[in-house]
Design a protein around this ligand. Structure first.
Ligand SMILES: Nc1ncnc2c1ncn2[C@@H]1O[C@H](COP(=O)(O)OP(=O)(O)OP(=O)(O)O)[C@@H](O)[C@H]1O
Length: 603
């Protein structure tokens, strides 16, 4: 009978062991451990540069813990001196008591200052690094992210990582020293008392272990809501004029409250969960505290300890429980850091743009100033996300001195073609390249982008003055050069009439100007960039026909070797073009005279 029980017990332990092993194995297989290691390593790479400051900070934290342990011992001596239980001079004990107290204040002040410095440095470094990496990330990979979400990752998540990392390490060391010190002092005075003070430890440990996964889920939800909120705020303030004009204030406000409610709901659930957790550990702590107190009184009553030792015991038991709980409460800090690190790593691990042909592209651009640069597409197939086909077998060319138009109904692929030429998206198959006539040619990539001046649809003016906007394209451009570009774009005629001329504030997204004026300023800026290929995506759509023709003629006159590619709907452009390509129903073809005539008649 006993043998059967033994066998059952062995089987039970074996099964439990296998279950545990399977759980660990599952985590390894799911890559969770690998992910966690990568996150920790990633954070370590940032903080290690400041190891000296961090080490000093940790040292201060440690000395703070030692001082508070010392404070308990001095309190014991003080009480004993007052009750006449020790022979040390009361003056010396009081001086020590005051000295340790003042030391604690001093250490805390220096700690606060250093923690501020490290936090600032690490946060800024992570932020700058993510910012730089996001700017150099392949556009097609980045296009799936909302800009508000990226903004939150650069700001919110970077701050959360820096804060958590800097809280974790010093707190861990401080808590461990406090715990170890209090434990050693208590064990040396009374091992039974030490065991009693730690009696609630296993329950608190188990509670923490079981709740970590839930905490991770809460933190993820929190960051997602915060990110949605940034996206919403950004879009609302960017489109405020439209929202007001459409009388959409109520809908927007309703959406604002909806996000607010979601954020509050997550925060309230997390808070409730943490409150229960805290209540459980506090109840255990309180029970243990009373037990310690009772035990100490009993010892005093038995005459085994002095009043001073009893006071120290009670204080130490609290410190022991407190530092044990501090060690356990490091789990939420670690969870916060890992969740944010995961969100940042997701973005920074996206493929980066390659700049392999950078030198060759610069040479080609230089030669292009005399000979121009041609652009060519051969048998190009392209689909978004590998399945939404825009067109197949597309052939296209634009040569120096030509204006080439892309036409076709809305949504057929004109902007897509321009993005392919800019190397922002990559063809599924086929070849896109540019080159100097009779010279070197290069496949399109992020390096060849320097050969293009691009004016996209919509508004691309930045806050600042007209001059500042112009200098973005060519920082070293002088007054004469800026005015010449503005003249070519037919913008000087209104800029010169402005009271502040080139120093006029454009205001956010060019609010200060009409659509046509904004387009002319954008064209002037693009001309200033001095690139051999100019791309205009519906960039003259807000101009009257006469100004539009004047602008296009000026562009060609200004640089006879410039290659100009325009995506346009308006027939007024076509008569200036050397060639016209039509994109429709997945086809990409050059339009002959008759085809163009038919297209014009359809207008
Ligand atoms: N980032 C994207 N992801 C998926 N599909 C896209 C993306 N951008 C554009 N598309 C789709 O590709 C097709 C071509 O879009 P594109 O912007 O090139 O058209 P377009 O000819 O320039 O239109 P319009 O004249 O209206 O500016 C459209 O069906 C559009 O929905």
């Amino acid at each position: 009978m006993e043998n059967t029980n033994l066998a059952e017990r062995d089987f039970f332990f074996l099964r439990e062991k296998m279950r545990k092993q399977n759980r660990v194995w599952k985590k390894i297989k799911e890559g969770k451990l690998k992910k966690l290691t990568a996150q920790l390593l990633w954070m370590y790479l940032y903080v290690r540069r400041y190891w000296l400051l961090i080490a000093f900070y940790v040292l201060l934290g440690a000395s703070g813990s030692v001082l508070s342990l010392g404070f308990s011992l001095v309190t014991r001596d003080l009480v004993d001196a007052v009750t006449g239980m020790n022979t040390k001079g009361i003056g010396r004990v009081v001086a020590l008591y005051v000295g340790v107290g003042v030391g604690q204040i001093f250490v805390n002040a220096v700690k606060t200052r250093i923690s501020f410095q490290i936090r600032l440095k690490v946060t800024n470094e992570i932020r700058a690094d993510i910012y730089e990496q996001v700017l150099h990330t392949d556009w097609a990979s980045l296009a799936g992210y909302r800009s508000g979400d990226l903004l939150f990752r650069v700001n919110g998540d970077a701050g959360a990582v820096a804060n958590s990392v800097l809280t974790f390490l010093p707190n861990a060391v401080t808590a461990l020293i406090s715990f170890g010190g209090a434990f050693v002092i208590m064990v040396s005075h009374d091992p039974a008392m030490a065991a009693l003070a730690l009696a609630g430890g296993p329950v608190s440990f188990l509670a923490t272990r079981c709740t970590t996964r839930r905490l991770r889920r809460f933190q993820r939800e929190n960051q997602e809501v915060a990110s949605d909120r940034t996206v919403f705020d950004q879009e609302t303030f960017q489109n405020l004029q439209f929202i007001k004009a459409f009388g959409m204030l109520n809908q927007v406000t309703e959406k604002f409250y909806h996000i607010q409610r979601r954020a509050m709901d997550v925060a309230a659930r997390q808070n409730r969960f943490q409150a229960y957790r805290m209540m459980l550990t506090s109840l255990i702590g309180q029970g243990i505290g009373y037990a310690c107190y009772g035990f100490a009184i009993y010892r005093l009553w038995q005459g085994e300890i002095t009043y001073g030792t009893m006071t120290m015991f009670v204080g130490m038991a609290g410190a022991l429980r407190g530092s044990f709980n501090s060690i356990l409460s490091l789990a939420p800090t670690a969870v916060r850091a890992c969740v944010s690190a995961e969100r940042i790593m997701e973005v920074v691990s996206l493929p980066r743009e390659l700049l392999e042909d950078e030198e060759a592209a610069k040479r080609m651009k230089e030669t292009g100033r005399q000979t121009g640069v041609y652009v060519q597409m051969r048998a190009v197939d392209f689909a978004y996300e590998g399945q939404k086909w825009v067109y197949q077998k597309a052939d296209f060319e634009a040569n120096p001195g030509e204006i080439v138009a892309l036409i076709g109904p809305s949504g057929q692929g004109k902007t897509t073609t321009l993005n392919l030429l800019l190397g922002l998206y990559h063809p599924s198959s086929g070849d896109i390249r540019l080159g100097n006539p009779g010279g070197e040619s290069l496949e399109i990539s992020s390096s060849t982008r320097c050969m293009f001046s691009y004016i996209p649809q919509g508004n691309t003016l930045f806050s600042g003055t007209i001059r500042e906007n112009m200098l973005m394209a060519k920082p070293q451009a002088g007054e004469e050069e800026i005015i010449a570009a503005l003249k070519s774009a037919c913008a000087w005629e209104f800029v010169q009439k402005l009271e502040d001329g080139l120093e006029t504030q454009v205001r956010e997204r060019g609010q200060r100007f009409s659509e046509g004026q904004k387009q002319r300023l954008s064209i002037a800026r693009a001309l200033l960039a001095d690139a051999p290929v100019l791309i205009l995506d519906e960039a003259t759509s807000a101009l009257d026909v006469v100004t539009e023709r004047r602008v296009l003629n000026n562009i060609i006159k200004r640089e006879p070797y410039r290659t100009v590619i325009v995506a346009a709907h308006r027939p007024s452009v076509f008569t200036l073009c050397s060639r016209v390509y039509k994109i429709q129903d997945g086809g990409f073809s050059q339009v002959d005279e008759r085809g163009l005539q038919e297209f014009l008649e359809a207008f």
